[in-house]
Design a protein around this ligand. Structure first.
Ligand code: PLP
Length: 389
């Protein structure tokens, strides 16, 4: 039996996904398939390293040494073909924190910041909470797939956009952007002098035939205009350990960002995050390869099951991430009805698409990073509910 088939009881572990059902779904009787963490154990090497660290029993201030930086550099080189200089690295508790900091460091109140909707909900907050203005470049949805409307993108940049928060790969629509798409984004951002804040947290989670290309690798000029946020947290299920990093090739920008981190008293990695990040990047490659085959298989299963037994639900073919974006418009329900239907009738806890913007109306997002039996249970609950509605 594969390690990805093992069922783990996550209840009573202070898990947001499993222990926070009542406030989120007003019910504890739902199978949680929502927030983006996995029901799999991290690679054994990560757990071994953490146990060893815990056995030492002293948790004093922690340094990020050359070994840790080397682990990051090797990983990014081998997985994404990007050669990073150790000086370009900054460390942060999380990607959302990094985005908050970058928005404050490089833009001013009332500045326009562009996002491609529907998109990861905190992108909206990162803009609104600092009194910046959201500018939307909605993705084009056609034939159950998503592309970028470049004419609209350019039109919006022309209106004086300062920064673009880029989701690459894209949560929730599951796109892994091609070299052509990245080049065109980069060309337009250079033309209109727009800073790219590239959230590449899902960058390791791309399926066969897809290649994750960090937008900063398009050219040195593009790298100069880009702040790239990466992390082992989605890849290896380490979100609770608060470990991520930022790559900024431009020295002036890097200093500005690091100064702001320092002013807020945020910096470094905690003792466990530091340990887990290194172990994951040094030893986690084979684990990740196996995970990706499991996730791809899960996606296929959900698509085929719905196509055969709940034709009203269209699964958007995902190129990466463990989040499936499901078009439920043929159920002819409004958003409230759809949400209640999934909770009360199907008894599954999914993320309502509307949470990602108006463009997500009548969609639901399903987290498929769980053992197959859990996935089958969730899928069958939905099929039964759709069949008996
Ligand atoms: C696109 C994206 N960015 C950032 C995050 C969260 O990052 P962190 O936990 O490092 O703040 C998520 C989590 O789902 C995500 O999907």
């Amino acid at each position: 039996m594969s390690i990805f088939d093992v069922l783990h009881d996550r209840k009573n572990t202070r898990s947001v996904k499993w222990d926070n059902l009542e406030p989120v779904f007003q019910s504890t009787d739902v199978l949680p398939m929502w927030v983006a963490d996995m029901d799999f154990k991290a690679p054994a090497a990560v757990n071994d390293a953490l146990v060893k660290r815990a056995e030492h029993g002293i948790y004093g201030y922690t340094v990020i040494d050359e070994d840790v930086k080397g682990a990051v550099i090797n990983w990014v080189k081998h997985r994404q073909n990007w050669t990073i200089d150790p000086d370009w690295l900054s460390f942060s508790p999380g990607v959302v924190t990094s985005l908050h900091m970058a928005v404050q460091a490089f833009t001013e109140p009332k500045d326009k910041i562009l996002i491609q909707t529907p998109v990861y909900t905190p992108f909206y907050n990162v803009i609104k909470q600092h009194d910046r203005e959201i500018v939307k470049n909605p993705l084009v949805y056609e034939n159950q797939s998503y592309t970028i409307d470049f004419a609209d993108f350019e039109e919006k940049l022309k209106q004086g956009v300062k920064a673009f928060i880029f989701c690459s790969p894209h949560n929730p629509v599951g796109r892994v952007w091609t070299h052509d798409e990245l080049s065109e984004i980069a060309r337009l951002c250079l033309k209109y002098d727009v800073l790219i804040l590239s959230d590449e947290i899902h960058g390791d989670l791309v399926f066969k035939g897809q290649h994750q290309i960090p937008i900063a690798t398009i050219s040195d000029e593009v790298a100069d205009k880009t702040i790239t946020c990466m992390a082992p947290s989605k890849t290896f299920n380490l979100a609770g350990l608060d470990a991520s990093f930022i790559v900024t090739t431009n020295e002036e920008k890097r200093k500005k960002l690091n100064t702001l981190f320092s002013k807020q008293g945020i910096g470094g990695l905690n003792a466990m995050g530091n340990t887990a990040l290194e172990a994951a990047y040094v030893h986690g490659g084979a684990w990740l390869d196996e995970l990706l085959t499991v996730l791809e298989d899960h996606q296929k299963y959900v698509s085929e099951m719905f196509a055969a037994h709940a034709k009203e639900l269209k699964v958007i073919q995902s190129e990466g991430t463990y989040l499936l974006w499901i078009d439920c418009s043929e159920l002819n329900m409004d958003d409230e009805e759809l949400k209640n239907f999934m909770i009360q009738k199907a008894k599954v806890g999914l993320n309502p698409g509307i949470a990602y913007g108006d463009e997500g109306k009548q969609f639901m997002r399903m987290n498929i990073a769980c053992p197959r039996v859990t996935l089958e249970e969730g899928v069958n609950r939905i099929i039964d509910a759709v069949s008996n509605r």
